[in-house]
Write a protein that binds this ligand. Sequence first.
Ligand code: HEM
Length: 445
Amino acid sequence: MATAAFPRPSVRSSPSAHEALTKHREEHPGERLDYPHPWDVSRSDIYAENRWQPIFREMREAGPLHYIPESPFGPYWAVVQHKAIQHIEALPELFSSSWEHGGITILERLSDEQLAAQGRERFELPMFIAMDRPQHTGQRRTVAPKFTPSAMKDMEDEIRARTGELLDTLPRGETFDWVSTVSIELTTGMLAILFGFPWEDRRLLTFWSDWSGDTEIATVRHLDEMRQGILREMAGYFQSLWIERTHDKEPGEDLISMMIHSEAMNQMSPEEFMGNLILLIVGGNDTTRNTMSGIVYYLDKFPDQRKLFEQNPDMIPNAVQECLRMQTPLAHMRRTCTQDTEQFGQTIRKGDKLVLWYLSANRDETVFENPDRLDLERENARRHIAFGYGIHRCVGARLAELQLKVLLEEMHARRMRVHVAGDIERVRANFVHGFRKLEVELTTF
Ligand code: HEM
């Protein structure tokens, strides 16, 4: 008979996790599990196969956070309730984002000894998403002016023109991949405009931002190697752009020129400058892209809601929020505890890793009624935390919302109905949550 491979009991396993394991063991005697812990939501298969919902539901019912003693990424606390994530993000001194403590994803930062054992050198670029106060505050201020409501107004016409042009080229009466034809094209084009990036090279932006994908086929070590290789390549490319722009007589209006000529830049090292540029590209790329794919997927899955959208375009701003909630294109962010503390009846120790599962918070039934249903008229859709919460809340949120709103408006103006009509392939990862492929066909409503 097969043997069960349950996790070793841990003194810090939360009681609820223990109860669930015991119950599972009783109900499935002799079962062999291919994974060490039924609540280890770092497994990327559950996202690739779109079956994460009942696991998180069970975890939310059992409590706000649970200690997962074993995973390919080491032990971690899985924080699964909406309120608990906001609580933790509101305590940035106690729960650090700093790369020195481990950074912002579940992926562990390798120690100097581990790197040496692999014969590799460390290559890291500081980015303000992975910094604590006060450095974070100063660096965020250098880019924030590019994302104010008035800056968005200035960009809207260009976004609309480009979106319209692309929608007008889409094939009718045949199946095509929405991800590569629409979502990738629109988001990389947008970033190329924002940064004044050479148009002919814009697909490099897509390639570079894909480092976080496919955690299952890549081992943790390969992921780290891949990330470092891509970082080096990006840094080289942007260094040449930077040198070019530094010599421009008239500073342009793109983000790179703006950063070069800003006051705060004087206090930034070249590595920090490069790191922050890369952060903006990676941050704005597959997140917006996957929401553009999510919009089409969910409107197709809930035809009554698609009808509502078609009949009433006034609901588009709320529809954008609801689609962000449903898709949640970044499944998690991570924090590291800086001192022993009691939270939610649990002892969290200095150095413990906390993984904030936005994907779960946005389906929290205590906040969102009937959370697995797309409801374009949902009154509190805006309470989603797909952009995070607190001092690190996404700085590009307005730009993303604008792009998504314009896409829906331009689809509506063309009376375009998009049907899912073929293969759906999801990203096999626990960080980026989205689609590799979404085959569709267009009709008119
Ligand atoms: C931070 C999501 C689009 C740039 C974040 C965070 C999330 C997020 C979850 C971390 C928040 C936290 O730790 O509390 C998203 C989603 C997007 C999107 C879902 C699209 C649907 C963009 C765009 C840009 C951008 C378009 C820029 C072009 C950034 C930056 C940060 C950030 C720079 C770091 C903010 C900080 O640490 O203060 N984003 N993002 N993001 N995002 Fe976005």
